[in-house]
Design a protein around this ligand. Structure first.
Ligand code: GDP
Length: 529
């Protein structure tokens, strides 16, 4: 197959949702269509069980699953589909944000009864910022839920999306009869649990035909006609370009558990979803069709076996082909590396591959050379824009609890931060180290892993920080900046990349500081122009 055909047949996406909306179930049904798995229950949910925060077995189990489900690839009707796993648990939100830098589109799963939930809002806002094309799947139609129009309104308002329903439910919950597929112009009849994997599809080319009444009954047929008229009146026509630019979001309804509406979603997805997209680097925009390989690290996974401390770095291929045993330039180290066993991921297994194409993800064994955000190229000195860090929610001093093991501790902290487990800040005043995390769970993970993988012990001490703000001295008044640094010295730190960070202890003090030093710029993510 030609190189450009290989690119054209690839779809790399993530499924995002609030926990329990049905992401795992949907993933599994998608894999079933690809024939990638044989049975339900094969995709492990990587959810953190409630109350499991202190259960280290659970953390280990998690890490195992999260390697296994990092990338799930399968073939469907000539399309190569790569699903990137995005943890729904809020303590791992950063991991999800980073994964979103490697997807070309997303599917947002929403529970019909719960509507838009907190985690969905956060994740969708990140996708919106990046104009990532999104398809919405409203799940659990077999249950009583919100009225379809009400839900579509909620999605537009809370998520700031512009929706276009491409399917529409006929009834809901107990009265759920099926789905009218606006995209394909047919009806899928739902029949409870009797035929979980087979659906009856009835072509309805003319909505005014008697056939509709015969299929779903007079009253449901009338309601459907009215509702579809409303849909036509309220919502714009589907426009593929607008969808691809992130300006319009098609919506499907279904029930993942019953495998209902999933094939319709997938069939439409492979037609409309974008092929691997070009990516901005600091130097220039890189097109996937370029001959030379480029790619970047978006995830690093430590080995589960403490005896083998090597890690797996996940690379998204942006352009060209990635080949086994070919030396590639690590542009941060300005050094070439070659990889004898790059892993590709297929449903439940990983395999060594000789060649991978744009859109694909390869896992490279790494002994500590990679950091999240690193770029690999055939030879060009190119740097993909870093992956921004957001202000953590929790801050604690980390102390060495075993003076004999300070080297191990330093190394462990260093490597865990490279993996993106948490953020490290070093106080300007006294060099003390502060760990910032999105969720409290990470502190336990770090402590556990430092001990089991690096043989180091640590303890924590609370630190009252409201928000970390990255300080941009450029363009500030010199005297004012010097004053700021002197007066706020106690609250200043540097992050891992040496950028200056202001650890504001309250929103009030942050406001006051901004007012007092108006020329100094404060940013809430580590990336700014
Ligand atoms: P995740 O946290 O988003 O991955 O959610 P899961 O896929 O694990 O689903 C959460 C729960 O909802 C599980 O008990 C599923 O069996 C259930 N579920 C998923 N899809 C449906 C559906 O279409 N209908 C119903 N009734 N339950 C569903």
């Amino acid at each position: 197959m030609k190189f450009t055909d290989e690119i054209r047949r690839r779809r790399t996406f993530g499924i995002i949702s609030h926990p329990d909306a049905g992401k795992t179930t949907l993933t599994e049904k998608l894999l079933l269509f690809g024939g990638a798995i044989q049975e339900a229950g094969a995709v492990k949910s990587n959810k953190i069980k409630k109350g499991a925060t202190s259960d280290f077995m659970e953390i280990e189990r998690q890490r195992g699953i999260s390697v296994a489900t990092s990338v799930l690839a399968f073939e469907y009707q000539g399309t190569k589909i790569n699903i990137l796993d995005t943890p729904g648990h809020k303590d791992f939100a950063e991991d999800t944000f980073r994964t979103l830098t490697a997807v070309d589109s997303v599917i947002v799963v929403i529970d019909v009864a719960k509507g838009v939930e907190e985690q969905t809002e956060k994740l969708v806002s990140v996708c919106r910022m990046r104009n990532i094309p999104m398809i919405v799947f409203i799940n659990k139609l077999d249950r009583e839920g919100k009225d379809a129009f009400e839900l579509l309104d909620e999605i537009e308002q809370k998520l700031g999306l512009k929706v276009v329903p491409l399917s529409f439910p006929i009834g809901m919950g107990y009265d759920f009869k099926g789905i009218y597929n606006i995209w394909e112009k047919n009806i899928n009849l739902f029949s409870g649990d009797s035929r979980k994997n087979i659906e009856e599809t009835i072509e309805i080319s003319d909505l005014s035909s008697q056939q509709l009444n015969e299929t779903i009954g007079d009253s449901a047929a009338d309601t459907l006609r009215e509702e579809l008229e409303l849909v036509e009146g309220i919502y714009p026509d589907f426009d593929n370009q607008a969808y691809k630019e992130g300006k319009l979001q098609p919506v499907f309804f279904g029930s993942a558990l019953n495998n209902f509406g999933v094939r319709e979603l997938l069939d439409c997805f492979i037609q409309i979803a974008p092929t691997p997209r070009p990516k901005e680097s600091e130097e220039r925009l890189v097109e996937p069709t370029e001959k030379d390989f480029t790619g970047f690290v978006f995830k690093i996974h430590a080995n589960m076996d403490p005896k083998h401390r090597d890690r797996l770095a996940f690379i998204k291929i942006v352009s060209g082909t990635f080949e086994r045993n070919v030396p590639y330039l690590h542009t941060r180290h300005k050094k070439k590396f070659k990889f004898s066993s790059p892993n590709a991921f297929f449903a439940e297994k990983k395999e060594i591959v000789d060649i991978s194409y744009p859109g694909d993800i390869v896992g490279l064994h790494d002994t500590g050379n990679f950091k999240i955000g690193d770029t690999l190229t055939t030879g060009e000195l190119l740097h993909y824009r870093g992956i921004p860090s957001f202000s953590p929610e929790h801050f604690r001093y980390i102390n060495n609890a075993d003076p004999m093991k300070s080297k191990q501790l330093a190394k462990g902290i260093d490597q865990l931060m490279d993996e993106g487990v948490a953020q490290l800040f070093t106080l300007e005043l006294n060099g003390r180290k502060v760990i910032g995390t999105v969720g409290a769970l990470q502190y336990e993970v770090i402590q556990y892993r430092l001990e089991h993988e690096y043989g180091a012990k640590c303890s924590y001490e609370n630190l009252n920080v409201h928000k970390a703000c990255w300080v941009d001295p450029r363009g500030s008044d010199e005297q004012e900046f010097a004053d700021f640094k002197r007066v706020k010295n106690k609250f200043l730190a540097t992050d891992k990349r040496g950028q200056l960070v202001f650890l504001a202890d309250s929103s009030f003090s942050l406001q006051m500081t901004q007012q007092k030093y108006p020329t100094v710029k404060f940013h809430f993510t580590s990336e700014f122009e």
